[in-house]
Design a protein around this ligand. Sequence first.
Ligand SMILES: Cc1cc2nc3c(=O)[nH]c(=O)nc-3n(C[C@H](O)[C@H](O)[C@H](O)COP(=O)(O)OP(=O)(O)OC[C@H]3O[C@@H](n4cnc5c(N)ncnc54)[C@H](O)[C@@H]3O)c2cc1C
Length: 402
Amino acid sequence: MRFPCTRDDALSRLAEFVPLAGRAYAARRNQDGGPDGKATTSLLSPAIRRRLISEAEFAAAAVAAHGYTGAEKFVQEVCWRTYWVGWLQQRPEIWTRWQADVVRMEAMLADDGKWQRRHEQALVGTTGIDCFDAWVHELTETGWLHNHVRMSFASIWCFTLRLPWQLGAAFFYRHLLDACPASNTLGWRWVVGLQTPGKTYLARADLIRDLSAGRFRVEAPLAREAPPWPADIVPAPIPPAPAMHADPGVRTGLFVTSEDVSLERLPLPVSPQALAATSGIGGAPAALKRQVADAMLSDGLHRAASRFGLDPERLDEADAISAMRAWAARHRLQQVITADAPVGPVKDRLDTLSPALAADGVRLVRLRRAWDDVAWPHAKKGFFPFKAAIPNLLALPPQALA
Ligand SMILES: Cc1cc2nc3c(=O)[nH]c(=O)nc-3n(C[C@H](O)[C@H](O)[C@H](O)COP(=O)(O)OP(=O)(O)OC[C@H]3O[C@@H](n4cnc5c(N)ncnc54)[C@H](O)[C@@H]3O)c2cc1C
C-alpha cells in the first residue's frame, strides 16, 4: 500500500526511506513524479499524523543515519509539523474562526452563481488548468499531494481562481489522509500571507513544469500577482496547559483516539484494566480518509490489546460520551488515560468527555508526549526562533523519543 496503515508497515517504510533522508532529500524533495512516479519524500505524513510513528522516532532515525548536519533539512521539515501544531495549540481561536468561516462561506455560495460555478469547477477538476485539474483527481482518488503541489494548488485556488482560502482548506481537510488542523489551516494561511505577514506564495508555470518533470504544460494563464489576504488579528499565545500525570494506584482504562494510535508507547505508570476506542473517527471525512484512519485506529487498538493483555472494545461513535461513561462504569474505572490531543476535533471531544466522566468520579488523564511538551512552548513566534530549539528536542533521552 502507498500509505502504511499499520505501525509495522510504517516502520518498514521508515527503514526504506532513511537512506534517502540526507543530502538526496535536500536536493530532490521538491520533485513530484505524480501518483505513479517514484516518490522523493517519505509519504509517511498519514502515519505521523495519527502517530503510528512519531516525529521523534522519524527525526532520530534520520540523524542516526546521516548525522545532524546531513539530515538537517529533513529534520527541519519534520519539525515544521511540530511547529505548526504548537503554534495553533497556543491560538485555538484561529481554528474555531476557520470553521465558522467555512460555514458562513458555504452559505454565501448559494447567493452568488458565478462564485458557486468557479467553486464547483475547482472541486471536480474542470477548471481547464491542466495541473490543477489533475491534482484535484489525485487528491480525491489517493488522499495525498506532494508538498510543492499543495503550495501551487493553494496558490492557484486563491489567486488564479479567486476562491477563498478557507474553502480550499476545507476541501483539503475532507480528503487528505494526513489532514491536520494545524498543518492544513496554517499552510493555507501561509500561502495567502496571513502567517508571514505580507509574504504570499505565487505559483509559477515554469516551476510546475520543471518539478513535475514535464507532466504538465500549464498553458492556461496563472495569476501574475498574489496580493496578501487582508490581515486578521492573531491572538496572543496562550501557554500550553500544564502536563497531566496519571495516578498509579487506581483502576484505569485506556482510551485510544484517532489522534494518537500508539498508546502502548506512552510511559504509563499503571497497568490498565480496560481498553476502548470509538467505532469511528468523527466529522465528515471522505470515504478513503475514514477508511485509512479507521484501519490505523484498529492497528493501535490491537497493539495496545496485546501489550496489556486486554480485550479491546469499540464504543458507539454516534453516542460516544454516553458510551464512554457506561464503559467506565462497567469496569469500575477511577481514571481513563488517553494521549493528549492538540487543537482539533478529538480535543473538542475530550473537552466534553472530561467533565462528563468527572461527574461520575472518573478522572480523564491526557498524557502529553515529551516531544510536544518540550517543543510547543517554543512555537510562540516564527519558525526561525523555533528552529533554535530543535537540538533540545533531539537531545531528549531515548525513552522520551516514543
Ligand atoms: C496548503 C498546505 C496544506 C498542508 N496540509 C497538511 C496537512 O493537513 N497535514 C500534513 O501532515 N501536512 C500538510 N502540509 C505539509 C506537507 O505538504 C506534508 O506534510 C507533506 O507533503 C507530507 O509528505 P511526506 O510525508 O512525503 O513528507 P516528507 O518530506 O517525507 O517529510 C516528513 C514529514 O515531515 C512533515 N512535513 C514535511 N513537510 C512539511 C511541511 N511543509 N509542513 C508541515 N509538516 C511537514 C510531515 O509530517 C512529513 O510526513 C500542507 C502543506 C501545504 C502547503
